[in-house]
Write a protein that binds this ligand. Sequence first.
Ligand code: PMT
Length: 217
Amino acid sequence: FVPKVLAGRRLLITAGPTFEAIDPVRGITNLSSGRMGYAIARAARQAGAEVTLVSGPVALAAPPGVERIDVRSALDMHAAVMARATTADIFIAVAAVADYRVANAAEHKLKKDHGGVPAIELVENPDILAEVAALADGPFCVGFAAESQNLEAYAQAKRHKKKIPLIVGNLIQDGFGGDDNRLVLFDDQGSHPLTPASKSALATQLVDHIAKLTGSH
Ligand code: PMT
């Protein structure tokens, strides 16, 4: 039996990496597996939420009862999220979104024997979470921060910069890929370290915390 702490709430969530094309077959991406975001989508659905999962390219099946929208690049993810953000009650940004995309992506496959080493020019991607957080009548926003050091300082700085009530910190060595994680929740009340556990057990605890902060139960 799972308590329906998010009954009737509409949850929008991003997960996985983005893929920024260099040419039709090559690109820039990262090692996010999607497991953390998918576990939260599943836990929220089990807690009674109506869940839409905007997913970068991952090798996972959508959890039962969850609407999944597949995207590839940060711009695709941005468009899919912004089209749905105003009708969501809660937005959780778990995706590891590329900060930059390739400005000069090639229409055809780059050939090795043409003019030496290619130069890849980068341009900044939109910050999806910050944009949703800035919406006048937007959802309750939850961010994630994956850091290799100084977890509290860096996570809190992101929370304040993006103007969000809750950010979930994890260390890269604990969280990227794999089935387990160690999470610390940072909100206006301070920091709440969760006992290291499986991503699915942590997802349930995070959903409970969000339900409390949003007054859902
Ligand atoms: O997928 P797994 O293998 O299970 O790994 C999970 C995870 C480690 C990827 C996940 O737990 C995590 O920490 N995700 C956030 C990764 C990160 O460091 O994000 P960031 O610091 O680049 O961004 C901070 C926040 O802004 C995140 O909520 C991110 O989704 C969001 N963001 C960032 C950039 C951007 N252009 N748009 C965004 O919405």
